[in-house]
Design a protein around this ligand. Structure first.
Ligand code: WT7
Length: 652
C-alpha cells in the first residue's frame, strides 16, 4: 500500500441509512457552516435550552493583540439544567450513568436521570452550605465515581467554576492547581481504587493543602472507607451532609460566556496553563460532536474510557452525552485489571454500542493476544473511536478486525483540551475511513496547512506543514485563566491571524488530514500531554542535578517515552540508585504519568554559542537516529555530542 492510495473502509449501507449524516448531508452542512458560520450556529445553537435566547451568535477575532472569542453572548442558560432537568419529563427513568467499578466483583450502578437530578441538587446545596458562590472555583480531585459527575454538574448548577485535577497527579501538582485558580474548596475522596491498588487521595490532598491558603475547605467523599486524618472545621464529610441536604436547588441563570470550567494542560514552555471553557458555546459544541461523530441515537449505550481528569472526560463522558440525554458509561478501573479482557467484558456486560478509547490502550491490549477479546460477545458494538495521539495502522487494523469484526466504523478524532470538542474526524455514515487519518473537519471547523517557515497557507490539496485554524468554533477555549496575554502568545503569535494547534499535518490527494505529531516541545505519553519543560524543571529542582534536557522518543506502547539528559552537580557520582531516586523524585513532583523512561548522564549538553540547548540534536540521539544530525556547525562544543551518542540509552 502506498501513501497515495491507502486502504479505505466504507460504512455498510445499513449504517449509512441510519446515520445522522450521510455523505451528501455532511457536504451540505459543512459548506453551510463555512459559508455562513453565524447562520449555521444560530440554528444549531438551538439544540440546547436557553433561559434567555441569544440574538447575537458570533463575535470573534484571531487578530494578535486583540484576540476575542464570544459565542451566543447575550444568551443565558444553565448547563446542568440542560444535562439533567430538561430530560426529566421524557426520560426521567432512563439510565443516565452506568458506573462500572474497578473490581468486577463489586456491583455496577445504574443512575437514572431522576436520581442524577436528586444527587446533583444535594451536592449543589452542600457546596452552597460550604460558602461556594457563583464564579468561585472548586477543585475536583476524585476517582472515576459518580460523585465526580455530580460534583461537576453541581458546580455548573450554582455557577461555580470547576477545575478537575487528575487523581494521578501528585500533591505538589495539586497544590499548584488549587493556588493557580485560587479555589475555595477541594472535593476529594478517601482513596481511589485503580487496578486493584489504592491511591490515598485524601492524604495527597492533606499534603497539598499545606501549601494553600488555610481558608480552603475540603469535602471528602467516602469511596473505600479507608482511614483518613481529619481536620475539624476544614474537612467535611460528603456522605453525612448528603443525608441532610435538600434535593431542591434551582439552577442559576448563567451567561453563555460565563466560565464553566478551567482545566490545566501542559504547553511547550513554563508551567501548565488553565484552559478556560465557557458555558453556551462549549455545551452546543460538545453535544453536537457527540451526536454526529459517534452517530449516537436514543437508547444507545455509549462508553468513553477516558478519565474526567482530562478534557475527553469532560466533553465525552459528562457534558456532551448528558446534554443529548444519552446513557453514558463511567469506568473506574484500568484496561488490564483483573486481566486484559476487562474492556471487552464490560462491553458485553453493559451491551455497549459506541466505544471510545486511546491508541495506547489498544496497543497494550493488542500485545496480549486475541483470546482476551474473543471470549466476549461484542455484537452490540456499532462504532469504535480513538483519541489522544496518532494511531498506527497496525493498531487500527487490530481494532477494526479483532474488536469491530470489520463491521464497526472507526472514528479517529483529532482535537485538544483547547478545542473543547472534535475538530477533525470522519463522520461514520459519511466517510470511508483510512487507518491513521483523522480525515475531515467537523462542521464549522476551517483547517489550513501552513508552510512552517513562511507561514503562508498551502492551497494545493496535497500539502504538508503545520495545522492551523482559520476561524473560531463555539467550543474553542476563551482564555488562559488569569493571563489573556499568555493565551494570545501561545496560540496566535506564531502565525498571525490563525489559531496554531502545535501539531504538524499532511493533507492527501482526497483532502484528508493526517496528524504527524507535535512540532513543539510537548510530548504525548500514553495519550497524556506533557511539557518537556515541566519534567526539566522537576529534575533541576533536585539538589544533585545541575542541568537537564527532556525529549520524547518512540515507544511501542506509550507512543512516546520520556528521555532525560541529566548533568549532575560537580562531584556527584552517577549510579543506578541515583537514577531510581530521580525517577521517584519526578513522580512526586508531578505524578506517575511523568515518570522518566530513560535517564542518560550527560557530562554536557549540546548548546549554541549563545547558550541555547539544541533539542533537535537531543531528539535525534534519543530516537537512535544520529546519522542525520543535520547542521552541528553552530555548536559551542561539538565533542559533547560524540559522548552523548556513545552513551545513548535507546540503542537498537
Ligand atoms: C494533542 C492534544 C483531545 C483529547 C485528548 C488529548 C494529540 C489528540 C489526536 C489524534 C493524532 C492527536 C495532538 C493534540 N492528539 N488526538 N486523533 N491523532 N494526534 O488532549 O491533552 O489536549 O492533547 O493530542 O498532538 O495537539 P490534549
Amino acid at each position: 500500500m502506498t501513501d497515495s492510495a491507502p486502504a479505505t473502509y466504507a460504512p455498510s449501507a445499513e449504517f449509512i441509512a441510519n446515520a445522522h449524516a450521510d455523505a451528501a448531508t455532511y457536504e451540505k452542512m459543512y459548506a453551510a457552516s463555512i459559508e455562513d458560520p453565524a447562520g449555521f450556529w444560530a440554528e444549531h445553537g438551538k439544540r440546547i435550552d436557553w433561559i434567555k435566547p441569544f440574538t447575537q451568535v458570533k463575535n470573534t477575532s484571531f487578530e494578535f493583540g486583540n484576540v476575542n472569542i464570544r459565542w451566543f453572548e447575550d444568551g443565558t442558560l444553565n448547563v446542568a439544567a440542560n444535562c439533567i432537568d430538561r430530560h426529566l419529563a421524557t426520560r426521567g427513568d432512563q439510565t443516565a450513568i452506568i458506573w462500572e467499578p474497578d473490581s468486577p466483583e463489586e456491583e455496577a450502578k445504574h443512575i437514572t436521570y431522576k436520581q442524577l437530578h436528586t444527587s446533583v441538587c444535594r451536592m449543589a446545596n452542600i457546596l452552597e452550605e460550604l460558602g461556594v458562590r457563583k464564579g468561585d472555583r472548586v477543585v475536583i480531585y476524585l476517582p472515576m465515581i459518580p460523585e465526580a459527575a455530580y460534583a461537576m454538574l453541581a458546580c455548573a448548577r450554582i455557577g461555580a467554576i470547576h477545575s478537575i485535577v487528575f487523581a494521578g497527579f501528585s500533591p505538589d501538582a495539586l497544590a499548584a492547581r488549587i493556588n493557580g485558580c485560587d479555589a475555595k474548596l477541594i472535593i476529594t475522596a478517601d482513596e481511589a481504587p485503580r487496578g486493584g491498588r489504592k491511591t490515598p487521595l485524601k492524604s495527597n490532598a492533606d499534603a497539598a493543602l499545606l501549601h494553600c491558603k488555610d481558608t480552603v475547605k475540603c469535602l471528602v467523599v467516602k469511596r473505600t472507607g479507608g482511614q483518613t486524618t481529619w481536620i475539624d472545621g476544614r474537612d467535611f464529610d460528603y456522605n453525612e451532609m448528603a443525608l441532610e441536604a435538600s434535593d431542591v436547588c434551582a439552577p442559576a441563570e448563567m451567561n453563555a460566556e460565563d466560565p464553566l470550567f478551567i482545566l490545566y494542560t501542559s504547553g511547550s514552555t513554563g508551567q501548565p496553563k488553565g484552559v478556560v471553557h465557557t458555558s453556551g458555546g462549549y455545551l452546543v459544541y460538545a453535544a453536537m460532536t457527540h451526536q454526529y461523530t459517534f452517530d449516537y441515537h436514543d437508547g444507545d449505550i455509549y462508553w468513553c474510557t477516558a478519565d474526567v481528569g482530562w478534557v475527553t472526560g469532560h466533553s465525552y463522558i459528562v457534558y456532551g452525552p448528558l446534554a443529548n440525554g444519552a446513557t453514558t458509561l463511567m469506568f473506574e478501573g484500568v484496561p488490564t485489571y483483573p486481566d486484559a479482557g476487562r474492556f471487552w467484558a464490560v462491553c458485553e456486560k453493559h451491551k455497549v454500542n459506541q466505544f471510545y478509547t486511546a491508541p495506547t490502550a489498544i496497543r497494550a491490549l493488542m500485545g496480549q493476544g486475541t483470546e482476551f477479546v474473543e471470549k466476549y460477545d461484542l455484537s452490540s458494538l456499532k462504532l469504535l473511536g480513538t483519541v489522544g495521539e496518532p494511531i498506527n495502522p497496525e493498531a487500527w487494523n487490530w481494532y477494526n478486525d479483532v474488536v469491530g469484526k470489520g463491521r464497526c466504523p472507526i472514528v479517529d478524532t483529532w482535537w485538544q483540551t483547547e478545542t473543547g470538542g472534535h475538530m477533525l474526524t470522519p463522520l461514520p455514515g459519511a466517510h470511508a475511513t483510512k487507518p491513521g487519518s483523522a480525515q475531515k473537519p467537523f462542521f464549522g471547523v476551517h483547517p489550513v496547512v501552513l508552510d512552517a517557515q513562511t507561514g503562508e497557507e498551502i492551497h494545493a490539496t496535497e500539502a504538508e506543514g503545520v495545522l492551523c485554524l482559520k476561524d473560531s468554533w463555539p467550543g474553542q477555549m476563551r482564555t488562559v485563566w488569569g493571563d489573556h496575554e499568555r493565551f494570545e502568545k501561545t496560540y496566535f503569535s506564531d502565525y498571525k491571524g490563525y489559531y496554531f494547534a502545535g501539531d504538524g499535518c499532511r493533507r492527501d490527494a482526497d483532502g484528508d488530514y493526517w496528524i504527524t505529531g507535535r512540532v513543539d516541545d510537548v510530548i504525548n505519553v500514553s495519550g497524556h500531554r506533557m511539557g518537556t519543560a515541566e519534567v526539566e524543571s522537576a529534575l533541576v529542582a533536585h539538589p544533585k542535578v545541575a542541568e537537564a534536557a527532556v525529549v520524547g522518543y518512540p515507544h511501542d506502547v506509550k507512543g512516546q517515552g520520556i528521555y532525560c539528559y541529566v548533568t549532575l552537580m560537580n562531584g556527584v557520582e552517577p549510579s543506578e540508585e541515583l537514577r531510581k531516586e530521580l525517577r521517584t523524585w519526578v513522580r512526586t513532583e508531578i505524578g506517575p504519568i511523568a515518570s522518566p523512561d530513560l535517564i542518560q548522564w550527560a557530562p554536557g549538553l549540546p548548546k549554541t554559542r549563545s547558550g541555547k540547548i539544541m533539542r533537535r540534536i537531543l531528539r535525534k540521539i534519543a530516537e537512535d537516529d544520529f546519522g542525520s544530525l543535520g547542521d552541528t556547525s553552530t555548536l559551542a562544543e561539538p565533542a559533547v555530542v560524540d559522548d552523548l551518542i556513545a552513551n545513548r540509552m535507546n540503542k537498537a
